[in-house]
Design a protein around this ligand. Sequence first.
Ligand code: ATP
Ligand code: MG
Length: 174
Amino acid sequence: MENGYFQIYTGNGKGKTTAALGLAMRAAGAGLKVYIGQFIKSMEYHEIGILRERFPEVTVDLFGIKGCIAGRDPDLTDIQAAWEGYEKSKAALMSRKYDVVILDEFFIATHFGLITREQAVNLADCRTPGTELIMTGRFAPDYLLDKADLITEMKEVRHYYATQGVEARDGIER
Ligand code: ATP
Ligand code: MG
């Protein structure tokens, strides 16, 4: 690609990660090379296995530790995982190997202070001109929103978890 842009999918409604994955599939279909770095999550959701098996043009790395970060203080292992994510994402953005770089749940990492503002800005700024960057997650910080070329906010209008207590289902939420 001649020109890549910086996209953000944020907000409290469902659809941020799945939108990014849809874009990854479209890009792969067009012959583009895609890098996906998932922050926070260590559990392989169902999209990961199928990407690795059937989409050789898509590279996926997970930068999370076991267990959920919500409801506890981040510890050293969380920080180490996020730092690895920072280094690998930076390498992917600068390598010219990828046309599209997706950093999923990136804003959860900034929200919990696992990635510093300086690191986040550095990632947004270091990509080669032909690389499209997509960051997703709740709580996109203003200093990254200011830099984005495209921002989509997923807004929860109704969610069956809230109204009916429907828990995460395989193939739909994970
Ligand atoms: P998805 O992965 O389904 O596209 P997402 O990336 O927009 O969702 P996250 O904020 O990453 O959502 O949420 C993590 C998990 O919570 C996912 O399993 C997601 O489907 C689910 N989820 C998303 N929005 C809501 C919501 N408003 N209420 C309850 N659960 C939600
Ligand atoms: Mg998500």
